[in-house]
Design a protein around this ligand. Structure first.
Ligand code: ZN
Length: 371
């Protein structure tokens, strides 16, 4: 326990977490449509004015859980903050919340994980509403021992008002700001933000093991299969639908009965990211994480190995292999099957036009992956 730090932390309670945020756009149908598609929630009151009136609403209403989406500041502004943080620079607009985070960073609580989000809705939001949010640092816990390490829980309360100043919703958002890897000696001193980061532990300290999966009776087969060198997909025995990640019931017919089929291991890169930060000592960086679409139709997240990030492309054919990380953990990883990417194809093509859609998509994927 650190009394001084605790006292400093408590002085933030009740302060505004940041300036008031006004939604850049009123509640609108295009954003609702994108949300509805992304969430696969086709309640007619979100898109059909007549249906909404039939259910007693004044017109189309926004899905309540879109609350945060209305006041998001956008990718560009978020990136500016991220870049400033990574460079250890403070922006002029630093708020009490950012000062609080900096104080905790300096005290060694460098990692953050969101733990709870509770939203309360006073009324449904309708097209044309203009939302503003004010946020307050509501609570900071004393130092606690958690499974992730020593840390402080911090709760922020957001009050959402409409264009008339009426409260439409509140949200309490709780995060844990913690010292990473208090369990392993190598992790504690890892240079998370060094200019020349070396994710590996020094030679004289054993490298920490890759994190264990949380095994349940539903997903155990997948990891046991991997240990035997088999890539297993869960299959509903009532209707035959394949599913991944593993879960208890079939989304198609609600049956709880299932068995597994062994996948061929062939698939294509559906999407991917290249992870540079934060660096965890158990992994090698840059770390290529792909969403692989198996030829059986299910998708899974796995590492691409033996491939340079710049050589990955959307649609790249890949094959599964099994990497033994330690005595307990074997995971499927994917390798390129050797098919040349669209960049190579485009370079040898007579005209730009022949590189086609796949080329554009692949390039976009690479750019996004580096972001
Ligand atoms: Zn089924």
């Amino acid at each position: 326990m650190n009394g001084d730090l605790d006292e400093k932390l408590q002085s933030f309670v009740g302060q505004a977490a940041g300036g008031p945020n006004r939604a850049p756009d009123p509640v609108n149908l295009p954003m609702i449509r994108h949300w509805v598609e992304a969430m696969d929630d086709f309640n007619p009151v979100y898109v059909d004015d007549e249906a909404a009136r039939r259910f007693g609403f004044p017109g189309i209403v926004a899905p309540p859980t879109m609350l945060q989406a209305w006041i998001m500041r956008g990718l560009r502004a978020s990136n500016e903050v991220e870049v400033a943080r990574a460079e250890g620079r403070r922006l002029d607009t630093y708020s009490p919340m950012e000062n609080l985070m900096a104080l905790l960073d300096e005290a060694g609580f460098t990692s953050v994980v969101a733990t709870n989000c509770d939203q309360h809705y006073e009324r449904p939001l309708v097209l044309g509403d203009v939302i503003s949010a004010t946020s307050t640092i509501a609570e900071i816990s004393p130092e606690k021992q958690t499974a992730l390490g020593q840390g402080h829980f911090m709760t922020t309360r957001l009050d959402y008002h409409d264009q008339h100043g009426e409260l439409v919703a509140t949200m309490r958002f709780r995060i844990l700001k913690f010292k990473p890897g208090a369990k392993g000696p190598a992790v504690t001193d890892a240079p998370l933000r060094s200019e020349t980061p070396d994710p590996r532990a020094p030679d004289d300290v054993p490298r920490p093991k890759r994190p264990r999966p949380a095994l349940t009776q539903d997903n155990r087969f997948f990891f046991e299969g991997a240990r035997e060198g088999r890539l297993l997909i869960q299959r509903c025995t009532s209707c035959g639908t394949l599913r991944h990640p593993p879960r208890p019931a079939c989304a198609n017919c609600r049956s709880f009965d299932w068995d597994t089929v062994t996948a061929s291991g062939r698939g294509t890169v559906f999407s991917y990211v290249v992870n540079h930060y934060p660096q965890v000592p158990a992994f090698d960086y840059p770390l290529v994480v792909a969403l692989v679409e198996l030829e059986e139709g299910t998708r899974l997240v796995a590492n691409l190995s033996d491939v340079e990030p710049a050589d990955v492309w959307i649609g790249m054919p890949v094959v599964a292999a099994f990497e033994v990380f330690d005595d307990e953990l074997t995971l499927p990883v994917f390798h390129s099957d050797g098919t040349a990417g669209p960049a190579a194809t485009a370079a040898t093509a007579a005209t730009a036009a022949t590189s086609g859609t796949a080329g554009s998509t692949g390039t976009a994927g690479t750019a996004a992956g580096r972001g």
